[in-house]
Design a protein around this ligand. Structure first.
Ligand SMILES: NC(=O)c1ccc[n+]([C@@H]2O[C@H](COP(=O)([O-])OP(=O)(O)OC[C@H]3O[C@@H](n4cnc5c(N)ncnc54)[C@H](O)[C@@H]3O)[C@@H](O)[C@H]2O)c1
Length: 377
């Protein structure tokens, strides 16, 4: 239901995984949706075509978020903006530094400059759990550790669990928005930049701004290369091809996997909720799941319980051990409640991958076929 927010929403980066689902969610709730996206090859392939699954009712502007003129044109007649346009991925950001800072940080700066001449009723920014680095931890005696980091030497030894400065193992807690940011990659720094810039300009110019810190969003149409949950696409694909999945470390790392349908509903609530303005909200499922659990569920769904996961014992520098959302604030203020249980979400994901594979078998593969890019060499 609409409140006082007028119905034309610009989604930057709206042709991507989350954006395409968000467009459908908003259209179904009576909004007019415009997308500004430059269709980067990494997500959309070398032909840079609009995704076939994107709802045809959207109004599409092809353009770069860093091009002020393009952004100004895209903002004409728009009431609210949901800013998703970004290059995504921590590992790649550590060597494509300029690109990540340019698109994510400078691109957001361009959007904000354009908004000064075109005030909107609401600006919603897709931030990330990556800003936290590791999640919140505590010791056996209840001491809280808000800023934890495993050293490369610790990871190299296969000593996976984070430790206190005194060397004792510490335990993950649900991570609230109040936990100090501790970005561990240029990507995470750029997401934090986006938050800070939007908060600051929003306050200075009276643009009602909402920050959503998304956890590991998964669902149909997510490429295997996505650093968040692309491994779910990859695991299901491998199992359907009769291959075991590979798990890093010991497979007991905890993440918060949230269905894309829950995530896009959170965006709509952030758009509609009168008390959301000025807030920062974790959007996750609120439940911890290990990679082993995911692999086991997918083995059951694909009927390949005979294929045990291969535990590589390999740790990668920069990977976090555990991070799971405390979603109480989103529950209380946005009225957000995750509705898709993990099992149902994984079944939906697998059904999509199965259909994709069948499609590829009928016609010569038009799409990038998921490759097991994350396997250890
Ligand atoms: N997927 C997740 O689990 C997750 C988790 C946390 C945060 N996020 C954030 O959510 C947003 C969307 O993520 P996603 O998974 O849909 O990513 P995605 O890569 O599928 O989509 C990003 C879109 O942005 C577009 N884009 C990239 N550079 C652009 C530019 N210079 N100008 C205009 N458009 C550009 C791409 O073409 C793509 O369509 C991103 O801001 C990401 O940081 C995603």
């Amino acid at each position: 239901m609409h409140t006082d927010i007028s119905p034309t929403v610009l989604i930057t980066g709206g042709a991507g995984f989350i954006g395409s689902h968000l467009a459908t969610e908003l259209l179904q709730h009576g909004y007019h949706v415009r997308i500004l996206d430059n269709l980067i090859p990494r997500v959309h392939g070398p032909e840079r075509q609009q995704p076939g699954h994107l709802d045809r009712r959207v109004e599409f502007f092809t353009g770069d978020i860093r091009d002020l003129h393009c952004v100004q044109e895209a903002l004409k007649g728009v009431d609210s903006v949901i800013h998703l346009a970004a290059v995504v991925g921590g590992r790649q950001s550590m060597y494509q530094i300029e690109k990540y800072v340019s698109v994510n940080t400078a691109g957001t700066a361009t959007l904000l400059e354009a908004l000064l001449d075109h005030p909107v009723k609401r600006l919603i920014v897709a931030s990330s759990s990556a800003v936290y680095g590791e999640g919140l931890y505590c010791s056996y005696n209840g001491t809280i550790y808000p800023k934890v980091r495993r050293s490369p030497a610790q990871v190299a030894k296969g000593d996976w669990e984070p430790r206190s400065p005194e060397g004792e193992v510490i335990y993950p807690l649900p991570t609230p928005e109040t936990k100090e940011a501790s970005p561990l990659s240029i990507y995470a720094v750029s997401k934090y930049d986006q938050e800070e810039m939007c908060r600051m300009i929003g306050e200075a110019y009276g643009i009602p701004t909402v920050i959503l810190r998304l956890f590991n969003v998964y669902g149909p149409h997510q490429g295997y290369a996505s650093p968040y949950s692309g491994m779910l696409t990859e695991y299901a694909y491998r199992l359907l091809q009769g291959k075991s999945v590979y798990l890093f470390e010991d497979g007991y790392q905890q993440r918060d996997f949230v269905s894309v349908y829950d995530a896009v509903r959170a965006f709509r609530l952030a758009l509609e909720s009168p008390s959301a303005t000025g807030g920062t909200f974790n959007i996750g499922s609120g439940r911890p799941h290990t990679f082993r659990t995911i692999a086991d569920h997918l083995a059951v769904i694909t009927g390949r319980q005979d294929l045990s996961p291969i535990i590589t014992g390999i740790g990668r520098v920069g990977d976090i051990r555990h991070c799971v959302a405390d979603i109480s604030r989103a529950r209380e203020i946005l009225g957000y409640e995750p509705e898709i249980p993990l099992e149902a979400g994984l079944l939906d994901l697998t059904t999509w991958i199965r259909a994709e594979i069948e499609g590829w078998q009928k016609v010569p593969a038009p799409l990038e076929i998921p490759k097991p890019s994350r396997l250890p060499v």
